[in-house]
Design a binder for this molecule. Structure first.
Ligand SMILES: Cc1cc2nc3c(=O)[nH]c(=O)nc-3n(C[C@H](O)[C@H](O)[C@H](O)COP(=O)(O)OP(=O)(O)OC[C@H]3O[C@@H](n4cnc5c(N)ncnc54)[C@H](O)[C@@H]3O)c2cc1C
Length: 371
């Protein structure tokens, strides 16, 4: 792009989204430095989630979530194939376990159709039973495009692609601040054990739970354009015993999240989660006391769940832009028209389906920073 700078673009944050942005920018011919405060890549939100490749069923018509999830999923499967990263397109069934839930599953099916999701099929109770004999359901919606994948293998593949295109992924390098340079571009400062300075033409903020803090460290970033961050914690319980289902099994979504669902990981272990609880601090403890609610909830769609079969597993925290009871907003992909700083894109509120959408978010960011 230019030789006047140390790198064309600094990306703050080496989670799945920051790395996918770095990859798409590098594909467009830019030199990229991805700056990560932790000692390893992918230690943030990207390491504490369901690892589900979402088909794009739920998101409101025309929203970034709807567009970027569907597009991201269509880009993701071929990327995983090309890089030998493990995945399983196991499909998912959204089940109605009560009369009241039937209309909600039908609404999901209609939204999914509008969003352009391929291969959807409404299932009768008998058809659900034929596919998943242990599931209890009055009806269901089958989404064959949904899958699970090795998200860490994915992030390693993105890192390798960036490095192969003269880019750098620098760990142990917390972003400390940036100032716009006269004539364009930014001076960027990193801390840690080896503090450094570099000049870049452009910046992408992809800091997950640290995105708001990173934006506030950029001279001239308007404080009223930094959205309030809420922590939406979700815990998982693992199942001791054989996975009961081949497909992922989800009830209809709850307000603010997709709801506690059944998923398998790539190692074949079954898990249930995540729930949603607003918290004031980052703490990944799983309270064993939440198990009672999980047993009750899961038995709606899996009545045979044995007593004592659930073990506290792990937790993740969603970088939410809405508080309890408030409507769930879209992803924020903020360019200069919002914050006034040319050459800067800031990502806020990249909760689910951020992993699935990552390659499409990267594509969009690269398009915004073209030229
Ligand atoms: C419980 C849960 C379940 C989910 N399930 C799914 C799912 O099944 N499918 C799906 O598609 N999505 C899912 N998501 C969403 C998905 O995990 C996220 O959207 C995605 O991982 C976000 O990636 P990211 O790169 O934006 O954030 P992160 O992975 O958090 O990366 C941000 C990085 O920035 C670094 N950082 C922060 N501040 C600084 C700084 N000052 N300097 C340098 N580095 C910094 C952090 O250390 C971190 O590594 C789920 C999320 C949660 C919480």
């Amino acid at each position: 792009m230019t030789t006047a700078f140390d790198f064309d673009v600094a990306v703050i944050g080496a989670g799945a989204v920051g790395l996918a942005c770095g990859y798409q920018l590098a594909l467009g011919g830019k030199t990229v430095a991805v700056l990560e405060k932790e000692r390893f890549i992918g230690q943030g939100v990207s390491s504490r989630n369901s690892e589900v490749i979402h088909a794009g069923l739920y998101y409101p018509t025309g929203s970034l979530k709807a567009q970027l999830c569907v597009r991201g999923r269509r880009l993701l499967y071929p990327f995983l194939d090309a890089h030998g990263v493990g995945y399983e397109k196991c499909g998912k069934i959204v089940v109605a376990t009560s009369e009241a839930e039937i209309a909600r599953v039908q609404a999901v099916a209609e939204q999914a159709r509008i969003n352009g999701v391929e291969g959807l099929q409404m299932l009768t109770a008998e058809q659900v039973h034929a596919l998943e004999p242990q599931a209890k359901a009055l009806m269901g919606l089958l989404s064959p495009e949904t899958g699970i994948f090795d998200s860490h293998g994915y992030m390693l593949a993105l890192e390798g692609e960036i490095q192969a295109r003269d880019g750098a992924v620098v760990t142990g390098a917390p972003f400390e601040g940036a100032e716009p340079l006269p004539g364009g571009g930014f001076k960027v400062r990193t801390g840690g054990s080896d503090p450094a300075e570099m000049t870049v033409a452009q910046i992408v903020i992809s800091g997950g739970l640290g995105a708001q803090d990173a934006a506030a460290r950029i001279a001239g970033y308007p404080a009223d354009q930094i959205p309030k961050l809420h922590y939406g914690k979700g815990v998982y319980f693992a199942l001791n015993g054989k996975p009961p289902f081949q497909h992922l099994v989800y009830p209809p979504p709850i307000t603010g999240a997709l709801g506690v669902h059944y998923k398998r990981d790539m190692g074949g272990r079954a898990h249930f989660g995540p729930d949603l609880q607003y918290v004031d601090e980052i703490n990944y403890d799983v309270d064993p006391g939440r198990a009672a609610g999980f047993y009750e909830y899961v038995r709606h769609f899996w009545p045979a769940l044995p007593d004592g079969a659930l073990t506290p597993d792990y937790a993740g925290i969603r970088p939410k832009l809405h508080g309890p009871g408030e409507p769930q907003p879209d992803f924020r992909v903020d360019g200069a028209e919002r914050h006034g700083l040319e050459g800067l894109v800031a990502l806020f509120g990249i909760e689910s389906p951020g992993l699935t959408s990552s390659l499409a978010i990267g594509e969009k960011v690269a398009e915004m920073l073209k030229g």
